[in-house]
Design a protein around this ligand. Structure first.
Ligand code: NAD
Ligand code: UDP
Length: 339
């Protein structure tokens, strides 16, 4: 059975679906600070199979021990944490507490339960600003431009050092590029609370009429159209990458740490995203170009070669799929999981 921390959230819920469909049993552990049980109900409906749900906080060691004593867990996929970049600068203690202390407690509880396989949600932000747009896993990590990113780097180090001290651990560090999209059915997707921080949910809310216009942060970058380029990855491709990584670490003979980029290997500009969304939705997305946002790099994308070679995984879904699936989710659920 797989323990999925944060499994009621955006990426977690899509991954739970892929796990169930691949035949795994799943127990989700989530404090619902940014997740929804309704997402899991819909996942179960899509999969035709039940996922166990346990309400709890990864900082609560007793609760973790309790859950691990009930279920025969063999591996964990660890999504739980806080992820808002701007908020992380204002609330560093909350971010270190949830993301770093929470991970320490989780690792202690897993060790006690004899569970040594873990897949961790990291981020391309750990590369910092390496001075080249193509990020590959052989590059040293850098200095993330925000506190959120820093917590990801610290947890990567925590996992590496834990594994170095005890070779029973098998660890996957998955460096996500920009996850977007929703399940093709349009029944599960990203449900941000309040004003979305990320580009695609913002565009989708403008298209559905919830917000007037998109602000594009910077039109004077040294890129073809002056807006930033990012490597957007469909959340279902990302979810499948977790199952591939889980299988890969299970094949490690003597423990180890695998680091893999999960991205498509191609950059798309903000303006390209707006156009692609308009095409897929048939709605217009009014925008204005405003000042640059602090901490944004002009352009970067993944070198996806290592994941292809070692995980036999690569993205399958197109930019159009990302947009069409986002639109299906947004138009069918204008208020997300809240009715
Ligand atoms: P999300 O907020 O939708 O999901 C996180 C889930 O964790 C939520 O359901 C929340 O309720 C739960 N949670 C938070 N703190 C918890 C705690 N202390 N104990 C138990 N549960 C807790 O976010 P997401 O977009 O699905 O991201 C999942 C993971 O991937 C996060 O670790 C995030 O940092 C990482 N990540 C996300 C992105 C992205 O752009 N979405 C990019 C790179 C990495
Ligand atoms: N962006 C934007 N307007 C928004 C949100 C984002 O122009 O309202 C841009 C942002 O500057 C970046 C890209 O869209 O170039 C992706 O930003 P997002 O916050 O989604 O992801 P990030 O790359 O920062 O993790």
């Amino acid at each position: 059975m797989i323990l999925v921390t944060g499994g009621a959230g955006y990426i977690g819920s899509h991954t739970v679906l892929v796990l169930l469909e691949a035949g795994y049993d799943v127990v989700v552990f989530d404090n619902l600070s940014n997740g929804s049980e309704e997402a899991l109900t819909r996942v179960e409906h899509l999969a035709g199979k039940k996922a166990h749900f346990e309400h709890g906080d990864i900082r609560d060691r007793e609760r973790l021990d309790e859950v691990l004593s009930i279920y025969p867990v063999t591996a964990a996929i660890h999504f739980a944490g806080l992820k808002a970049v701007g908020e992380s600068m204002k609330k560093p203690l909350e971010y270190f507490d949830n993301n770093v202390s929470g991970s320490v407690h989780l690792l202690q509880a897993l060790r006690q339960a004899g569970v040594f396989n873990i897949v961790f949600s990291s981020s391309a932000t750990v590369y910092g600003d390496p001075g080249t747009p193509v990020f590959n896993e052989n590059m040293p990590t850098g200095t993330p431009s925000n506190t959120y990113g820093y917590t990801k780097l610290v947890v990567e180090e925590l996992l590496k050092k834990t594994q170095a001290a005890d070779p029973r651990w098998r660890v996957a560090l998955l460096r996500y590029f920009n996850p977007v999209g929703a399940h093709h059915s349009g029944t599960i997707g990203e449900d941000p609370a309040g004003i979305p921080n990320n580009l695609l949910p913002f565009i989708a809310q403008v298209a559905v009429g919830k917000r007037d216009q998109l602000s594009i942060f910077g039109g004077d970058y040294p890129t073809e159209d002056g807006t930033c380029l990012r490597d957007y990855i469909h959340v279902m491709d990302l979810a499948e990458g977790h199952v591939s990584a889980l299988k890969a670490i299970e094949r490690f003979d003597h423990g180890g740490v695998g680091i893999w980029n999960l991205g498509g290997g191609k950059g798309h500009s903000v303006l390209e995203m707006v156009e692609a969304f308009e095409q897929a939705s048939g709605r217009s997305v009014p925008y204005k170009i405003v000042a640059r946002r602090e901490g944004d790099l002009a352009q970067f994308w993944a070198d996806p070669g290592k994941a292809k070679r070692e995980l036999d995984w690569e993205v399958k879904r197109s930019l159009h799929d990302m947009m069409a699936d986002t639109w299906r989710w947004q138009s069918q659920n204008p208020n997300g999981y809240r009715e």
